[in-house]
Write a protein that binds this ligand. Structure first.
Ligand code: IVH
Length: 679
C-alpha cells in the first residue's frame, strides 16, 4: 500500500472508532460488540506500527479510554487509573507468566485470580471512614465527580466500620460499578413498559445510570459496587498480598467478587479460568474474563509498569463472540431438496472459541440485504453454540483501489448445470434438475420409491446407499436397469439371492402404476399427492401435461401460481425430460385416469372430522378426491361441506358458526353412491 492509501485507511479507522466511542461512552448505545471495537483498534495500531511517520494526532490509540464528560466536575486522579494488558489463550497466558517469573528470579510467584467485572471502573475516597468522593476512570488521568450518584448504590458502604480492623485516615478503593443481571433484566422490562429506551447490556445500563444529573434516577437503578483494589491507604494496612487486601476490604463492608482464588502455578490459573468460563452463565454479574494478578504486593512493586499497564497483572479475556474477517469467496451449495445456499468462505477467524472459515449466507436476499461482496471485511457473530453468522458488512472499510465483486444468483446449478429458478415471492432459488441433479439424488430416489409414489417397498435406504456407492443409481430411471447388474447386486454384503430377487420383482411390479402416482413420484416442488391427482385428471396424459402452458396449469384445481411455475420449470429442464423418456422406455404404464367429466366436485374444499364407522378417513378422502374435491384439515369460509362423524368437536362448531353445510356419515355415503363412488 502506498502512503496515501495507508493514510486514507487510518483516517477511516479513526473516524469509525470515534463514532463507536461516542455511541458507547456518550450515548450508552453501543452499535457493535466490544471485540469488534478491539479489532478495529488493533487494525489501526498495526498500521501505526508499520508507518509510525503517518500517526495522526487525534488517534485513539494514544488515549487510555473514555472521554470525560462535561456535565460533571473534572477530578485528576492522584494515582492514575491505568488499564490492563490482555491475553486470549493459554499460550499468551504462559508467556505472561514467563515474563513475570524472569523478572523475579529465585522467587516463588503466586497468582491471585479474580473475576473481570464488565462494568465501570471508579475510585472511592474514604476520609476518616466516610465516603467523600467518587470519581469515574475517565481517560485514566482525569475523571468525573459522581459522588451524588454513587452514594445511592445500596451495597456500597457510606461509612466504614469493622470489629477487627482499624479504620484508615485515608483509603482510596478501586472497583467496578455494575448492574447485576437480574436487575438489568427487570430494568429493561420496566423501561419498555414505560416506553423509554432499553439498554443494550448491563454495562451500558450502569454507565447511563451513573451519568444522570439527578441522583433520584441512579437511586432507582439496581446498581452494585464490587471492590478489586486499593490505590492508597494511610496509614498502610500492613497486608502483604492482594488476596488478603480483598478479604480486608470485604471485612470493611465492601462486596468483592463471588469467586477469587490464589493459585500456586500458572497451570492452576488456566484450570480456574476454564472452570469460571463454565460457571459464567450462573454468576450474578456479567464478566468478560478473569484478571490475573501477582499476589505478593512486594513483587508487584518490583515488577512495576510498562507504559500504561502493570507488568504484574493481565486480563485473560473470554473468547470473542464476534470477530472481523475477510470474505475470500462465495460458493453456492445445492441441498438435497435442490435449494441453492450461498456459503461465504472466510479468512479463518476465532469466534467464541472455535475457528470459523465457512458461514452460510442463507439466500440471495440476505446477500443483497447485507450487500456482501468478495473481499469485504465482515463481522462474524456466534453466541453460545449457535451457528456463526455474518452480522454486518464493513462497507466503510472498502479500499478505493480494490475491486469488490458483487454476487449474483447463478443461472445454472453448480452441480448438474440444470437451470436455476426462483419464482417471485420465494426466498430460495432451486435447481430445476430434480430428477437428474447429483446433489438431490438421494432425496429424489427416496421419494420416487415411497409408498404413494412408485411404491417399491424393497428399495429401502440401505439398498439405496449401497447402489449409490456402486454407481448403479445415477438417477431414478436407473432403478429399471438394475436387473442388468444382478452379479454386482449379489456382491453387496448381506444381500443374498433371495433379497436380490425380491428387489427385482418389486421393481418389475412397480412398472404398472397410475399417472397420478408417476406425477407425484417426479418430486416436482409443490406437487403433493392431491395436486398430482388433479393434474392427472385434468390433463389425462403425460404429453399434455408436459406441453401445458402457465395459464393451463393455473386453471387446474389445487395448483397455485407458484406451483404452476415450478411445474413449468420442471418440464423445461432438458435433463428431467431425458430421465422421463428413459422411465417410459423402461416400460412404466398406467390405465387412463378418471375422465374430467366425472368430477362433479371439481375445485371444492371439503373437511372430514370425527370418527367414521363404515369407512376409513383415507377412503373418504380418496372418494372425494376422485370427484375433484380437495380435502383440507381445517374449516374456513371457503369450506364447501363438513363431513361430521362421531364425537366431532371444534370443527363442527366452527362450521355451524360459519353456516357451512354439515353432513352425517350416512348422508355422505349416499351422496358418494349417487356419484358411483364407494360401497
Ligand atoms: S485490576 C492497573 N481487577 O478492567 C489496573 N480490574 O483494563 C488494575 N476490571 O477498567 C485493574 N474487574 O475496571 C482489576 N477484578 C478486577 C477487575 C478489573 C474489572 C476492569 C477495570 C479496568 C479494566 C482494566
Amino acid at each position: 500500500m502506498d502512503n496515501t492509501a495507508v493514510l486514507m485507511q487510518m483516517r477511516q479507522l479513526i473516524q469509525l472508532l470515534a463514532k463507536h466511542n461516542h455511541a458507547y461512552y456518550v450515548m450508552d448505545q453501543p452499535e457493535i460488540e466490544d471485540s469488534e471495537y478491539d479489532q478495529l483498534f488493533h487494525q489501526l495500531k498495526d498500521l501505526e506500527q508499520q508507518h509510525p511517520d503517518l500517526i495522526q494526532s487525534d488517534t485513539p490509540t494514544l488515549k487510555v479510554g473514555g472521554e470525560a464528560q462535561s456535565k460533571f466536575e473534572s477530578i485528576t486522579h492522584t494515582v492514575p487509573m491505568l488499564s490492563l494488558g490482555n491475553v486470549f489463550n493459554q499460550e499468551d497466558l504462559f508467556a505472561f507468566a514467563r515474563r513475570v517469573e524472569e523478572r523475579l528470579p529465585q522467587q516463588k510467584v503466586q497468582y491471585d485470580v479474580e473475576l473481570k467485572f464488565d462494568g465501570l471502573a471508579i475510585s472511592l475516597w474514604y476520609e476518616q471512614g466516610q465516603l467523600t468522593r467518587a470519581v469515574t476512570r475517565g481517560d485514566g488521568e482525569t475523571g468525573e465527580l459522581i459522588t451524588h450518584n454513587v452514594k445511592t448504590i445500596r451495597n456500597l458502604p457510606k461509612f466504614l466500620s469493622s470489629n477487627d480492623a482499624d479504620i484508615p485516615a485515608l483509603l482510596e478503593v478501586r472497583g467496578e460499578v455494575l448492574m447485576p443481571k437480574a436487575g438489568f433484566e427487570k430494568l429493561n422490562l420496566e423501561q419498555a413498559a414505560k416506553g423509554e429506551k432499553t439498554f443494550a447490556n448491563p454495562r451500558n445500563a450502569a454507565a447511563g445510570s451513573l451519568r444522570q444529573l439527578d441522583p433520584n434516577i441512579a437511586a432507582a437503578r439496581p446498581l452494585a459496587f464490587y471492590a478489586y483494589g486499593i490505590a492508597q491507604c494511610q496509614p498502610h494496612h500492613g497486608l502483604s498480598t492482594i488476596s488478603a487486601s480483598l478479604d480486608w476490604l470485604n471485612q470493611l463492608g465492601f462486596a468483592i467478587g463471588e469467586q477469587h482464588f490464589v493459585c500456586q502455578s500458572i497451570e492452576e490459573v488456566q484450570q480456574r479460568y476454564e472452570e469460571i468460563q463454565q460457571l459464567r452463565p450462573s454468576l450474578k454479574v456479567e464478566i468478560d474474563g478473569m484478571v490475573i494478578k501477582v499476589d505478593e504486593l512486594k513483587q508487584q512493586q518490583q515488577l512495576g509498569f510498562l507504559s500504561r499497564e502493570p507488568r504484574w497483572a493481565t486480563a485473560y479475556k473470554f473468547p470473542a463472540v464476534a470477530a472481523l474477517t475477510q470474505v475470500e469467496q462465495i460458493d453456492w451449495q445445492v441441498g438435497r431438496t435442490g435449494a441453492l445456499t450461498p456459503v461465504a468462505r472466510l479468512n479463518p477467524v476465532a469466534v467464541g472459541g472455535v475457528t470459523v472459515s465457512n458461514v452460510t449466507l442463507h439466500n440471495i436476499g440476505e446477500i443483497h440485504r447485507l450487500d456482501v461482496r468478495i473481499g469485504d471485511t465482515v463481522s462474524v457473530y456466534r453466541s453460545g453454540d449457535v451457528i456463526p453468522k455474518v452480522d454486518k458488512v464493513w462497507v466503510e472499510l472498502r479500499k478505493a483501489d480494490q475491486d469488490y465483486v458483487q454476487i449474483h444468483l447463478p443461472e445454472q446449478c453448480p452441480v448438474c448445470s440444470s437451470p436455476v429458478v426462483m419464482p417471485e415471492g420465494e426466498a430460495l432459488a432451486r435447481c430445476a434438475g430434480g430428477l437428474y441433479c447429483a446433489a438431490q439424488r438421494i432425496e429424489a430416489i427416496r421419494h420416487f420409491v415411497s409408498r404413494k409414489a412408485l411404491d417399491i417397498e424393497g428399495l429401502g435406504d440401505r439398498w439405496v446407499e449401497s447402489l449409490l456407492h456402486l454407481n448403479l443409481l445415477n438417477d431414478v430411471a436407473d432403478i429399471y436397469h438394475l436387473h442388468e447388474h444382478r452379479e454386482k447386486l449379489l456382491g453387496i454384503e448381506k444381500m443374498g439371492e433371495k433379497s436380490v430377487q425380491n428387489l427385482l420383482d418389486a421393481i418389475e411390479n412397480s412398472k404398472k402404476t397410475s399417472l397420478a402416482a408417476l406425477i407425484y413420484a417426479l418430486g416436482i416442488r409443490g406437487v403433493g399427492e392431491t395436486t398430482a391427482r388433479m393434474l392427472a385428471n385434468s390433463f389425462q396424459n403425460l404429453e399434455a401435461l408436459q406441453a401445458a402452458d402457465l395459464e393451463a396449469l393455473k386453471k387446474t384445481p389445487d395448483v397455485g401460481d407458484i406451483t404452476a411455475e415450478w411445474i413449468l420449470d420442471f418440464f423445461r429442464a432438458p435433463h428431467n425430460l431425458e430421465v422421463l423418456d428413459r422411465l417410459l422406455a423402461a416400460g412404466l404404464h398406467w390405465d387412463a385416469p378418471t375422465a374430467p367429466t366425472r368430477q362433479p366436485l371439481n375445485g371444492e374444499s371439503w373437511v372430514i372430522t370425527g370418527t367414521l364407522s363404515q369407512l376409513s378417513r383415507d377412503e373418504a378422502t380418496q372418494y372425494l378426491q376422485a370427484l375433484g374435491a380437495r380435502v383440507s384439515g381445517s374449516v374456513s369460509s371457503k369450506t364447501k361441506c363438513l363431513v361430521a362423524g362421531e364425537n366431532a368437536g371444534s370443527k363442527l362448531e366452527k362450521a355451524e358458526k360459519l353456516g357451512i353445510t354439515v353432513m352425517t356419515e350416512t348422508e355422505f355415503l349416499s351422496l358418494m353412491a349417487e356419484y358411483g363412488q364407494g360401497l
